[in-house]
Design a protein around this ligand. Sequence first.
Ligand code: MCN
Length: 790
Amino acid sequence: MTGNCTSCRPERWVGQSVPRVEDARHLTGRGMFVDDIERPWILYAAFVRSPFSAAHIQEVSVEEALKVPGVETVITAADLDGFPGIKPLLHRPEFVPVEMPLLCGREVRHAGEPVALVLADCPHVAEDGAEAVVVKYERREPVVSLDGALAEGAPRVHEEMKDNVLLDVSDPENPELDKIFEQAPVVVAATFDTGRLSAVPMEGRACLAEWDAREDTLILYTSTQVPFIVRTAVADALKLPQQRVRVIAPDVGGGFGQKCVVSREELLVSIAALRLGRPVKWTEDRQENLTAAFHGHEQQYKASAAFDEKGKLLGLKVDILCDVGAYSCYPFTCGVEPLMAATEMPGVYQLEHYQSRARAVATNKAPMAPYRGVSRPQFTFVMERLMQKAAKRLGLDAVEIRRRNLPSLEDFPYESPTGVVYDPGSYVESLEKCAKVFNFSTWKERQEKARRAGRLIGIGFSCFGERTGYGTRAFALRKMAITPGADNARLRMDPSGNVTLTVGTCGHGQGHQTTLAQIAADELGLPLEKIVVRQGDTEAAPYGWGTFASRSAVVGGGATKRAAALLAERIKEVASYLLEAASRDLEIKEGRVFVVGSPDRYVTVEQVARAVHLEAHLLPEGEAGMLDASAGFDPPGTFSNATHGVVVEVDPETGDVRIERYVVVEDCGIMINPMIVEGQVRGGVAQGIAAALYEQFVYDDEGQPVTSTLMDYLVPTTTEIPPIEILHLETPCEYTETGAKGMGEGGTMGAPAAVASAVADALSHLDIEIDHLPITPDRLRAAIKESRAY
Ligand code: MCN
C-alpha cells in the first residue's frame, strides 16, 4: 500500500491499493443510511402483506386499524385509483407484459405482496396498525414450480394470460446441429437445476419521502443502486415533471442487484408523502426483505453437448427455464435472466453450432431482479459440468479438456455463435496458472492416496468470461423500453483548487469514492486528497444509470477520465496566461502547472483556481468563472476473465463439504485499485460458495416461504468461507478509457461451478453426478448411500 503523505506519494494513483475513503465512516458507525434520517412530524409506514401465495381478496377492512392510537391513516388499493401498477416492457413479440399492482386490490400472486399501507407516528404503532387490518382472502391454487407452471391445464398466475410463460425466445431449427449430434463420438446431456436465491444485502430496502415546499419538489431518499431510474418511475407515477422529483441515495448497505430495480414500496411511500403533506419513512425488516423483496437465479437447464474424440466442443443445445416469480421487474423485465442465459450461455468455450430456447416462467413466488451475475453463475455451472462429464467419458483431465476449448490470444476478437464479441483475455494463461498453484499434474496420485485412507477429496475448476461495461448498443439488443449503458461525470474545481467529481454511477459498497478519485487525480496531476467524489443525488450528479452489471469502473471511470482530461486542459489554458506560455507546452504534476522542461517555471493549481474565481481581472475577458468540465462515455463492453480452482473434502457420513483451498486467477485489465478488486472477488466468491452449498430460498407446496429468517436461509459466515487466494493477470482493454475491465460479479459467477466440479471429482469413483445446486448435506448423503461403489 502506498500512503497519502507527500514523501511517499506514488507517480500514479491508478494501480495503487489506496485504502477506501469510505471505510472510516462505515467502520466507526458514522455512515448515513436512509433509516438514520429523521424528520419532524414524520410518519412511519408498515405494510400489510399477504400470508397466501395465490388468493382473491374479498374484503379489506381498516376500521380496527384506524382505532389504534397513533395510526394516522391506512391506504388500500381502493385509495389508489389513478395510480397504475408497474408494467415493464420489452419490445419483443415473444414478451407478455404483466402489471405489478402497487397494492393488491383483487388478486394476490405471492406471499408477502403488499395489500395495505399503514401510516403512524411511530414505527411500532404502524406495525400494530398493520396487524389490525382485516383482509378476507379466498385462496386459489398456487403455481409453485416450473413443472407445475408448465403443466397442461395449470392454474395461471395472471388470469388474463393464456399460460404462465412471460417470455419465450428460441433459435430457429438447425439441421446442421442435429447432424453434428448424430455423428459426434461423445454426447453428454443432463438436466441441471439451481436454487432460488435472495441477495441479502446487509441493509434491507428503505425509503423516506418528503415534499420540499420551498423547492416545490418531492425528495425521496432511498436505498437504491439507480437513483435516476427511480426518479423516472416516481415522476411518472405521480405525474410530476422529473425536475420536481429529487432522488437521493445516501449510504447504501449493499444491493447485489436487488436494488437496481424500482420497488412498489418506493412509489407508495412517495404517494403517501405527497397526499399527507408529511414526511413518510419505511424501513423493511429482514423477514420482509427475504420474503417480499426480489429474488433470483432459480433456473433449470436441459443441456446437451457434442464433442469430437479429442474433446473439442462441436455443438451445444439448451432449453432454459427461469422461474421469475409473479411479476416483471422495472426496468429490466423478467427477460433479464433468460435473455442473458440464451445469449451468453456458450461462454468462453469456442463453438460454432449452438441452439437455445429460453423461457421466463411465472410462478406464485416473489419476483426476480438481476441478482449478482444474472444467469452467468448458473450457465457457467452447466457448461463446466458438461465439460467435466465429457472429460470423464474421454479420459481427459479437467485442465486438458478446458485447454482444448478455450480461445488463445490469436483467436481474438472471438465472436460467439450468438454474435457476442470477446476482446482479448488471458483464458488459457489463467487456467494454467491456477492449475500450477495446485500442482495439478500430481493431483490424481494425491486423490488416490486420500481415497485409500478413506478420505474423499476433489478438485474443481471453472473458467469464464465476465461481460462488463455494457454500453447502450449492447443493451439495445435486449429491446427494453428504456436502454441503459452510457454514463456521465462532471468535475468542478473550487476557488481553493479542490475538485468535486460527481458521477451518474451510484456505488453501494464498491469503493467508488476511492477508485474514481484515483482516476481523476492521475488525469489532473493532483494529490488524491484534493478530489471528493459525490454520487447518488439526481440534483447534484450528471445523468447516469447507476451501478449494476459491473459497469462503474469501465463506464463511470471512462467518463471520469474524459471529464478530467477536459478540466486539465482548461487549467492549462488559464495557467498559460499566468505563465505567459502556450498551453500545449504545459503539464500538470503534483498540483503544479509547469512549463515542460523548466522545473522552475510553474504556477500552482491553487493559483489557477484563485485567478479564475477570485482574481479574474488577471485574466483576459471571458476567462472568469468556472473550472468545470463534463463528459460521457458509452463503451461497447468488454470481457474480463478468470479461472477459479478449489479443493474440497466430502464427509461421506454427514454429507458435509469442507473447502480446503480456494484460488482465483483473475484478469480485469488494468486494475485501478488492486485491494478493492480483491475485496470484490472475495465477496463474490463467498456469494458463489453460498449458492453452491448453503443458500436456497424454499417455498412449500402452498407457496409458503419456509426460509424466511436467517435461521433457515443459510448465509455462510467466515467459518464456512475459507481464505481466498487471488492471483492477477492484466490484459489491458483497448476499448475502455482506462484499460480497465469490470469485475464486480466474477467471484459469484465462478464459484458455484468450481465447487460443484470439485465435489463431483471427489465422488467421481461413485458415479455421482452433481447437477443440482445447492449441494446440501442431505442430498449428498443420500446420493452416497445409494451409490453402487461405496
Ligand atoms: N475496479 C478496479 N479495477 C478494475 C475493475 C474494477 O479497481 N479493473 C474497482 C472499481 O473501481 C470498483 C469495483 O472494483 O470500485 C467494482 O467495479 P465494477 O466491476 O465496475 O463494478 P461496479 O462498481 O459497477 O459494481 C457493480 C457490481 C455488481 S453488478 C454487483 S451485483 C455487486 C458488486 O458490484 N454488488 C455489490 N459488488 C458489490 N459489492 C458490495 N460491497 N455490495 C454490493 O451490493
